[in-house]
Structures are given as structure tokens and as C-alpha cells.
Design a protein. Sequence first.
Length: 264
Amino acid sequence: MVSLDVIATLFVVATLAGALDAIAGGGGLVTLPALLLAGLSPVQALGTSKLQSTFGALSATTAFARRGMIDWKTAWPVALGAGIAGLCGALCASLLSPQLLRAVVPLMLIAIALNFGFSRALKSEDVAPRMALIPFACFVAPLVGFYDGIFGPGAGAFYMIAIVTLLGYGVLKATAHTKLANAASNLGGLSLFILKGAVVWPIGLVMAVGAFLGAQIGSRLAVRFGPKLIRPLLVTISCAMAIKLLADPTNPIRQAVQGLLVGV
């Protein structure tokens, strides 16, 4: 049983996370610790967080779509590939060593932050694509979707960097398409959490409402301020996720550094 004041706090947390996710991703940095502090088990926290993040991603997608920022002819193959791969990733979660992901993902997030922070290629307008749509939808989007289902942190940043660099979309258009791909892979992963009974529905649905509202706010801010808001938030959140993963006592990189320091 969770008290009403805790549920109210989780609603506010989900609203903030939904706004962050709609702009640059990283809402899980806020929701997962809050759910664990509320007394949920790690599996319940993951499943419940996936529920609210799915509603947030769907909300942001609809907000961007209403403004005509999603090209559905190109978006649906990417979303389909991401959704199927998200389910497959969740099904295969026990087959891939989490230690490997804990070591590799923070480095990838730091690389993405550096790319977004210093690249001059990030613009509002579209540029010539470096990859055709079908190969992107069949290989790149499923790769990120599979990662989202099997592990998750930073998936939005990975979608973003792939869409900007390979499809040539401007930052705001890429953000809109990232939310759709994120929603698809979230739905794939969420379906497995539901089948496993890992979603705490009363808390999850309250947070889903908060995430839905927060995503509406975040999408409006993204449209209004464009790259001036999206770019620094992407850099900040990517760095924050990397720091959070590296701060985990079980992270192999942290353990290796500690071993070297002890040896010295």
C-alpha cells in the first residue's frame, strides 16, 4: 500500500519526467529512483516506469503530429522496426550480460554529449540523408529498439543521434520522430512487463497521466525554443545518465578504476 501523499509526489515526478522526455529524453533518471524510494521492487519499478514513459512518449508523439512535424510515410517503418525489436530485447534481457552494457553505455552517452555539444552539423533544417530509409528502418532503428527493450537508459539519445546523422533530419523534426520510435520500443518492452505482472497499475496509471501532461508541456517548449533548448538538454541529460551509470557500485568501469587506485 502506498499513501496518497506518495502517489501525489509520484504524479509530480512523472509530470517532470514526461516534460524532460518530450524534449531530450532521460525521464527515467527521475522516475526510477522515485519508484524505488516509494517501496517498489526493482522489477516493479522498471515495469511501472515503462508504463508511464510509454504514455509520455505517445503524448509527445501526438503533440508533434498535430503540428505536422511527423512524416508518416517515413516514420511508420522506423516505428515498426523499433517496436518489434523492443519486444525482442525485453524477451532476451536475460541473455546479454548487464555488466557489458553498464561498461559500454556510459561511454556511448558521453560520446553523444560531445557530438551534440560540439558538432556544427546540428541545424533546424533537414540535410541530405546518409542512409536510405529502408536500411535505417530494418537495421538501425531495430538495433536501438532492441537496446531499449533489453536495458533502456539513453535510448532516446541513441535514436536522436541516429536520425540526425543518418536520415539528415533537423533537430526539431528529429525530436518528433525520436518520440515516435521511443513510443514504439516502449510499447514492445511494456507488453512483456505486463505479461510478467511487473506493473503496479494504480501507481502506473497515476504516473501515466502525469507523464501525458508533462509531455504536452515539454513538446510545446521544444517547438517554441527548438535547438536552443533541445541541444543543451540533450548534452546535459546524456552526461547525467552517464554519471548515474558510472556511479553504480557494480559498474565495471568504476570497479576497474577503484582497483587501480587501491593498487596505487
